[in-house]
Design a protein around this ligand. Structure first.
Ligand code: IFM
Length: 464
């Protein structure tokens, strides 16, 4: 355990390198609403969230936080907080309602207006092509289990670059393909809600292939800041017993290495490929795929929330695992404070992760594309939202980043998750991750104390 576990970090104690980018992040389905507006086609999240029993209290993203209508107000908030950058995703089916072919100009125009508003406000747009909301029309043809979806994703990348490449500099292909592949096809907790190891393995490979194909397209069109965002959960064995050590190896393999290593080296980790094959779910690799997947990147997006401790069980846990062949592995409940998601608070694991990435992906700049926490926030009688746990989480995780930088990790930026309270997928509106509070009845936005503390960090950084 390092000192970041116990220290109380304040804005004054944080020093970042010159040019470090501070921003906040969101995703289309979590904030936009307006699901039937301007010809948008349905996505797998519309289908999933409208399927009884799939989400908390049946919550959907139909309305979300009305960002589609309120984007000007939201950009003004970003400018008020001093954010230098905003990471958002595009709804594929807003631009290509059938996932391929016909372009819906009104959908593209929404993003052009958003980007223009950002640029006008001095906020740099960082665009993510895919944050989990596959057009339902493509799902109907097999979704990510079909190799063809990777090709359609590359076409979509070209359409967006043609529409927005003149005004967006920073492009990211996928957000957290681990979640799309494994939560969506193995655990069944996310759209499309399947539980099938073969599908999970196929989706994994086709997502990575789509990433590689899309990156090629972006590069050919002239993009010079291309990234991929992965979610990392460090896995620590509960003991040094061979069974626990192997449990941690297996989960680390599928959570972290399976997505990072092929992108960096052009090879899947051998032990992971063996685990999948042994489970009857081999990766469907074809000639030339790995070369595409390893198309060089300009930066790696790092999403971090917490580290896990895992152990092996004698008998299958009986719960749907997110991991292929993970039936006899369980996560040990965190000790110490947990967020309302039930996640532990482990800033030291963040520093360790960044140092590991420094060594695994040498020469690849890192950008923290998501980091944040959910707490039971309320508007106080004084009209403010006092969220001391989030302030502490934010400061301690920013400190963890500075520790890693001091030790040689090349971290170029930090995006808080999330700008706004929003639709937390299967957890619906039950989980508040925003640094800005949203009243879901009135849609009134109120910056929380954490937003003000973050603004102070940014102000001090800008002042040098
Ligand atoms: O809300 C999500 C986001 O969409 C992807 N990364 C994790 C966040 C918190 O669960």
């Amino acid at each position: 355990m390092t000192t970041t576990d116990t220290r109380e970090t304040t804005a004054t104690g944080l020093v970042f390198p010159p040019g470090f980018v501070f921003g906040a992040a969101t995703a289309a389905y979590q904030i936009e609403g307006a699901v039937d507006v301007d010809g948008r086609g349905p996505s797998i999240w519309d289908t999933f969230s409208h399927t009884p029993g799939k989400t908390h209290l049946g919550h959907t993203g139909d309305v979300a936080v009305e960002h589609h209508a309120r984007y000007r107000e939201d950009v003004a908030l970003m400018a008020d907080l001093g954010l230098a950058a905003y990471r958002f995703s595009v709804s594929w089916s807003r631009v290509l309602p059938e996932g391929a072919g016909r372009v819906e100009q009104r959908g593209l125009d929404f993003y052009r207006r958003l980007v223009d508003e950002l640029l006008e406000a001095g906020v740099d747009p960082w665009l993510t092509l895919y944050h989990w909301d596959l057009p339902q029309a493509l799902q109907d043809q097999g979704g990510w289990t079909s190799r063809d979806t990777a090709e359609r994703f590359a076409d979509y990348a070209g359409v967006l670059y043609d529409g927005l490449g003149d005004r967006v500099s920073h492009w990211s292909t996928l957000n957290e393909p681990m979640c799309s592949a494994l939560l969506g096809h193995m655990a069944g907790q996310h759209a499309p809600g399947h539980r099938d190891a073969v599908e999970a393995s196929r989706a994994t490979h086709h997502l990575l292939l789509g990433h590689g194909l899309a990156t090629r397209v972006l590069r050919e069109r002239g993009a010079d800041s291309c990234g991929l965002t992965l979610n990392f959960t460090p896995m620590t064995p509960a003991s040094d017993s061979p069974a626990d050590v192997d449990a941690a190896r297996r989960l680390d393999g599928q959570q972290n290495r399976m997505f990072l290593v092929p992108v960096v080296t052009g090879e899947y980790p051998a032990d992971v490929a063996e685990d999948l094959a042994a489970a009857g779910a081999p990766l469907p690799i074809e000639d030339g795929d790995l070369e595409l997947i390893a198309t060089p990147l300009d930066w790696l997006g790092v999403n971090f929330y917490f580290g896990s401790v895992v152990r092996a069980t004698e008998e299958p846990t009986g719960k749907a695992s997110s991991f292929i062949g993970g039936e006899r592995v369980e996560e040990v409940p965190p000790t110490g404070p947990t967020t309302t998601m039930g996640w532990g608070v482990t800033p030291h694991a963040f520093t360790d992760l960044l140092l590991r990435l420094r060594d695994t992906a040498p020469g690849l700049p890192l950008v923290i594309t998501e980091n944040g926490s959910a707490w039971p926030d309320e508007v106080s009688p004084d009209g403010a939202v006092h969220d001391p746990q989030r302030v502490r989480y934010l400061m301690d995780h920013l400190a963890a980043v500075t520790d890693a930088i001091e030790l040689g990790a090349d971290v170029r930026g930090y995006f808080a998750w999330s700008l706004l309270d929003n639709y937390e997928w299967a957890r619906g509106y039950d989980q508040r991750f925003g640094i800005v509070h949203v009243d879901y009845d009135t849609q009134v936005r109120t910056p929380k104390d954490s937003a003000l503390a973050y603004a102070e960090v940014i102000r001090r950084h800008a002042a040098g």
